[in-house]
Design a protein around this ligand. Structure first.
Ligand code: BT5
Length: 293
């Protein structure tokens, strides 16, 4: 029976490793409804009435041993058994080294950068062959091992910030839905979630700082863009993008990422569409562009 508390995540060696990354405030909770909701509410409370508490600065973190009411996008839920998943939210107040805020149009890249950090962490620890599914999933063997959820934090006094939540299935024997997997189930490897935490944040923080310092890194030939696209399962695939609000789905071949991280889809008619939000279904493999199949 896994330990349902967050004792493993607040071990001194783990906290010391996080401190080395130069994070902001770090709160480790045994159990919470949703780390995203908890962090968003705490930031808003402090914005309204600054008190003696440590401020929620850039790269502040809320970690939970267990989430009892994890959130997905829209009205969906993120379900985990106690002690088996890594669930955390990080507050991002992206700004360049001179303190100029990153324009919000770049914010979609933050989720994709975190997804690429999850891919690298899981590959490094367990050789998972993980891949990014646009816009917010990480897959192993075509099944979802991690999901990300970003929310905007608006406060009249400060530039917009982002609460970026990440849930990673580490040790579940029986993932909650048929489309899910865990590191353990996919690889048979018993990886500690504290190791996953260190590896994910160790990968994410330098990428985040690089984006803040130079947004052209996600531009047409930018290294961060290449890093993300090189880890994407979605590109080159036949996809159906289901759009929010009931608009007609977009079906075609995913060809790349747009200027602000949207998914470019070439429809059968040849028309190019950019999808900025929605759920993507990976259909059969894309036809070979050389026409050999
Ligand atoms: C997501 O939404 O994938 C976002 C998940 C974000 C979770 C993190 S945990 C820390 C932070 N705090 C929160 O409250 N949330 C964030 P979406 O793309 O809407 O996918 C949701 C769907 O994934 C559900 O409808 C299920 O089908 C499926 N699902 C639920 N739990 C899952 C799990 N543990 N593993 C894989 N799939 C799951």
């Amino acid at each position: 029976m896994p330990d349902p508390s967050a004792a493993d995540l607040r071990a001194p060696a783990v906290l010391a490793a996080l401190a080395d990354l130069g994070l902001g405030r770090v709160d480790v909770l045994d159990e919470v409804g949703s780390t995203n909701e908890h962090l968003t509410a705490a930031v808003a409370r402090q914005g309204r009435a600054p008190g003696p508490d440590r401020p929620w600065g850039d790269l502040s973190l809320v970690l939970a041993g267990h989430q009892s009411a994890g959130r997905g996008r829209l009205d969906r839920v993120w379900t985990t058994e106690p002690g088996t998943a890594l669930t955390f939210s990080v507050l991002l107040r992206p700004a360049d080294p001179r303190g100029r805020p990153l324009p919000t149009r770049h914010f979609p890249w933050l989720t994709l950068l975190m997804a690429s950090a999850v891919v690298d962490a899981l590959d490094g620890l367990a050789g998972t062959g993980a891949r990014i599914k646009w816009p917010n999933d990480v897959l192993v063997d075509g099944r979802k091992v991690a999901g990300l959820l970003a929310g905007l934090v608006l406060d009249e006094q400060r530039p917009p910030a982002v609460v970026l939540g990440t849930g990673i299935n580490v040790a579940q024997e029986h993932p909650p839905v048929a489309t899910a997997t865990s590191v353990r189930r996919a690889t048979g490897r018993a990886v500690e979630r504290a190791s996953v935490l260190r590896a994910v944040l160790g990968a994410f923080v330098p990428l985040y700082r690089q984006l803040c310092a130079d947004p052209s890194a996600v531009g047409p030939d930018g290294p961060l863009r290449a890093r993300i696209t090189g880890r994407m399962e979605t590109l080159g695939r036949a996809v159906r993008a289901e759009l929010p609000g009931g608009a007609a789905p977009v079906t075609g071949t995913a060809t790349g990422l747009g200027e602000h991280g949207g998914l470019l889809v070439r429809e059968a008619s040849g028309a190019a569409r950019e999808v900025t939000a929605g759920d993507v279904v990976h259909l059969r493999p894309a036809p070979d562009p050389r026409g050999t199949d």
